[in-house]
Each structure stands twice: as C-alpha cells, then as structure tokens.
Design a protein around this ligand. Structure first.
Ligand code: NAD
Ligand code: IPM
Ligand code: MN
Length: 357
C-alpha cells in the first residue's frame, strides 16, 4: 500500500532544503517505494496565506499521513507579530497536536568531516551519540505563562516549567529502549540541584531504570556541566535524555561536534504520529541564496524511511549516498574545508541523487 508523506517546507531555507529532500523522495518513488506526496502550509508562509501559522488543514493532513517531513519556520518578517500567531507557534502546535513527545537528535561525526568541527579532530572523531529531547511538555508548554502589566507599571513575563510523572516516564522509556540497542548507557540531564520539576525528572528516570531496565548504566548530570562536558569530552556520551528546553540547547551544541548544524537530522515521535525535521531553523541570514546545507533534511528523510515507512533499505541507500558525496569532497559553505569543492544547496542535492544511482 502506498505510504502518504506530508511535506511542510515552511519558511526561509525550509523551502530550499525541502526541495532537495523532495528529489530524494522522487528517486525513492522511481525505485520501488510507493509514496503519495502532499504539501502543506506551516509557519510564516501559512500565516501570510491563511492568517494562522498552523491551519486546521495542515493538522488534518498530518494526521492522515504516515509521516511528515518539515523544513523550518520563522523569520524576521514575522518577528513583530503577536506571539499567538508567530511561525514558531505553528511548529509547537503541530508537535502538540500530534503528541510528539520524543525527539531523537543523533549527532554523528562523519570521518570526512572530523576536521570541519571547530573542536580538535581527536575530540570529535568517531562520535555517534543520540540526544533524546522531551518535546511536548516542560517550560515550552507549562501554564501559567504570559506577559502582564502590574499595578506599579512594571511588566511581568513568565513561563512555568512543569513535568508530570507520565510525561517523564514515557520519554525515559524511549531513551532506555534506544540505549538497549546501543551501548546500554544513558545520561539523564537535569537541574535537580535547583529546579523541583527536574528533581522529579531525576527520580522518575531512576525509578524506571530500577524497575524495568536494570541492565542500563544510568548517570545523571546537571545541565551546566553537561554543556561543558559536551565540549570537553563528548565521547563520554552515548544516549542523553533531557527536558524540552535543555534538549533544544544541548542538541545545537552537539551539532557543532559534527561540523555544522546543517548536518543534524531529527525524528519527532509519538505513539501514533511522526514528524521529521532538521534541527536547525530557517536561517534568515542565508535564505534565498542557495547555499544552505540540505543534508540534515535529507538525513531526516532517511530517518523517516527507517522509522515510519518500514523502508530501511532505502534509508541505508540514502545514508550511503550522503557518505559518498562527502567522499567526493563536495561541501556546502558551512562544512567547507581547505582543498574541497564548494557547492550550493541544489548541487548538493543533485550529487546525492547521482550517488543514489
Ligand atoms: P538557525 O538554525 O536558523 O540559524 C543559526 C545559524 O546556523 C545561522 O548562521 C544559519 O545560517 C546557520 N544554519 C542553519 N541551518 C543551516 C544549514 N542548513 N546550512 C547552513 N547553515 C545553516 O537559528 P536562528 O538564526 O536562531 O533562527 C532563525 C529563525 O529560525 C528564527 O525565526 C527561529 O525561531 C527559527 N528556528 C526554527 C527552527 C525550526 O523550524 N525547527 C529551529 C531553530 C530556529
Ligand atoms: C527547534 C527550534 C524550535 C524549538 C523553535 C523554533 C520553536 O529551535 O526545533 O530546535 O525551540 O523547539
Ligand atoms: Mn532549536
């Protein structure tokens, strides 16, 4: 039966990188994968056309798809809008609507890019770690929140960091399941020395390990130390599980181990639905220039074939093709190294297609 894919290009470089991922989907279709590919609106682009960053039609289409592949949202043009209709609300809204609580952000250093990182090659080479970010709760969604004007004229802006037992347990379970297929090592990152909500996080993660995953070697780290350790000695980590906001920040940091944020794909998973997206944003500074790295999005498509479409053989081929273009010394500007050939977004996409054969 044909698998339904919903493409949500979004804003800025989102349009450019999804166009390259689309080439890969078209290749898969021409090579035996039965796919039905639709496109929908999200973010600022959706706001401009419909007055909302997350049209009802997008949610409906996402729920009837086997998987969603998203580019990026946001941009200077929409920064002065009311928070409720900002492009980012579209992304948060679709994550919530699909109950995508588990965000997998794999940081893998390709040997060809070991010296593309700003860190020393010996520090990063061989890295293959997985950041498991809680995605549908925490301070991003906690109530109360808002900005109010107080009686004395001052304004008060506030957000609430809330976690419930079940929200912690389900993402911890995902992390443990992933670790069981890897090195059985999990580092849970929190701020339990200061924040009660993450004291609960630590307790729940520990209790689940004790009750159901005694084989897992579980460690805990405060987020400030984790940020430092990621740069000091990243190879100590295998699976890292953490809250929504800490995972947002630490995965951007982890991306630089790989050479560029343009290399990091992600899978956002729930019980029923799945969405795939690069971890980077709409990159307003380079949008429209045709220089963005499409590999994070192409690798996100690979994760989609593997996790949601049951087409692991196609995912293997995409991963091999990415490896091959790096072997051919082709580099977008963000991963450019001395002696290599600099190519733009479309040429990189075309090279992946050529390598796919
Ligand atoms: P960003 O990730 O868009 O860009 C940060 C830096 O990384 C920029 O210098 C950019 O040029 C570079 N970069 C990002 N992706 C790249 C790629 N594929 N190839 C080469 N270079 C790349 O983060 P930002 O500048 O903080 O945010 C810009 C906008 O994107 C904001 O509106 C923000 O809210 C939004 N955003 C969206 C997402 C998302 O849709 N998932 C993620 C992060 C930020
Ligand atoms: C990400 C982005 C989003 C987040 C924003 C744009 C809502 O930074 O996907 O990492 O903070 O989750
Ligand atoms: Mn982010």
């Amino acid at each position: 039966m044909s698998k339904r894919i919903l493409l949500l290009p979004g804003d800025g470089i989102g349009q450019e990188i999804i166009a390259e991922a689309r080439k890969v989907l078209d290749w898969a279709q021409a090579n035996g994968a039965e796919l039905t590919i639709d496109e929908g609106l999200i973010g600022g682009t959706a706001y401009d056309e419909t007055g909302t960053p997350l049209p009802e039609a997008t949610i409906t289409a996402a729920k009837s798809a086997d998987a969603v592949l998203l580019g990026a949202v946001g941009g200077v043009k929409w920064e002065s809008l009311d928070y409720a209709v900002r492009p980012e609300r579209g992304l948060l809204g679709i994550r919530k609507a699909l109950d995508l609580y588990c965000n997998l952000r794999p940081a893998v250093v390709y040997p060809q890019l070991a010296d593309a990182s700003t860190l020393k090659p010996e520090v990063v080479s061989g890295i293959d770690m997985m950041v498991v970010r809680e995605l549908s709760s925490g301070i991003y969604f906690g109530e109360p929140k808002g900005v109010e004007t107080l009686a004395d004229g001052r304004k008060k802006g506030y957000n609430t960091l809330v976690y419930h037992t079940d929200e912690i347990e389900r993402v911890a379970r995902s992390a443990f399941e992933i670790a069981m297929k890897r090195s059985k090592k999990v580092c849970s990152v929190d701020k339990a020395n200061v924040l009660e909500s993450t004291e609960l996080w630590r307790d729940v993660v520990t209790a689940l390990r004790d009750a159901e995953y005694p084989q897992i070697e579980l460690s805990h780290m405060y987020v400030d130390n984790a940020a430092m350790q990621l740069i000091r000695n990243p190879k100590q980590f295998d699976v890292m599980v953490t809250t929504n906001m800490f995972g947002d920040i630490l995965s951007d940091a982890a991306s630089m181990l790989t050479g560029s944020i343009g290399m990091l794909p992600s899978a956002s998973l729930g019980e029923k639905y799945a969405l795939y997206e690069p971890i980077h944003g709409s990159a307003p500074d380079i949008a429209g220039k045709g220089v963005a790295n499409p590999l994070a999005t192409i690798l996100s498509a690979s994760m989609m074939f593997r996790y949601s479409l049951d087409l692991g053989a196609i995912a293997d081929k995409i991963d091999a093709a990415v490896n091959s273009v790096l072997d051919q010394d082709l580099r977008t500007a963000d991963i450019m190294q001395a002696g290599k050939t600099e190519v733009g977004t479309a040429a990189m996409g075309d090279a992946v297609i050529k390598a796919l054969g």
